[in-house]
Design a binder for this molecule. Sequence first.
Ligand SMILES: C[S@@+](CC[C@H](N)C(=O)[O-])C[C@H]1O[C@@H](n2cnc3c(N)ncnc32)[C@H](O)[C@@H]1O
Length: 245
Amino acid sequence: MVALSTSTHAEAAEVPRRIFSPIASGYDRPALVLSLFQYRRWHRFLLSRLALTPDSHVLDMATGTGALAFDLLDRNGAQVTGADITRPMLLEAQRRVDGRGGGAKHLQLLQCSAEAPPLAAESFDAITFAYLLRYVSDVPATLRSLAELLRPGGVMVSLDFAIPRGAWYPLWRLYTDAVLPAGGRVFSRHWREVGAFLGTSIRGFYQRWPEGQLLEAWREAGFRDVRSGRLSLGGAIVIWGHKAG
Ligand SMILES: C[S@@+](CC[C@H](N)C(=O)[O-])C[C@H]1O[C@@H](n2cnc3c(N)ncnc32)[C@H](O)[C@@H]1O
């Protein structure tokens, strides 16, 4: 069952709720197609940064419909908490849990914001999050709040879109400015709006948080050995680091 947390601030929830509620149903297929079938490949790279055992407790923040959370369950047999601010996304994840019968008993779903998760300090061995930071109002505070939940030495891994460099940039602009909105329309009016919003959202985020500054924010939040890897011609970035202890 999706647990509701009182820390779901109405204001923090407003933008993601507006974007993700209308596309929650059937989210995974358009997400895969519009990423040119890279979406799951990027998830797999993120997962490859983790070394987990069946005893590990993992938090997947911004879990959405739970794609990463179910991967974590299936690959490692770990205890997984999937948290998200948007209830309709979590209800999709819950439907998948229900569809598995007892096969997802190690997955807990929780509605809360990444900025103020109602979870105990140092209670996770690993934290993952994909496509979160563009939606939060305070990136350093969010990184700090997630770091607090991690045990010393634990690993945190993130994934998000990125901006390709050099000759690939004009092609990426063409894709985000024209192809994504048109492609989104094939699925629904709401996906067209998401397609039109994404390019601006990604460019705006990296204007505020160029890659070097983002990695520095991770270090300032208490992570060491912070590294990043680009995927798909630079169109995605995975960042990972260990909590200093
Ligand atoms: C693009 S979806 C990605 C879902 C999932 N991580 C995946 O890779 O398929 C982004 C998710 O971030 C969630 N989100 C946005 N802002 C959030 C916040 N402040 N706290 C928690 N979740 C948030 C949204 O509700 C949405 O489900």
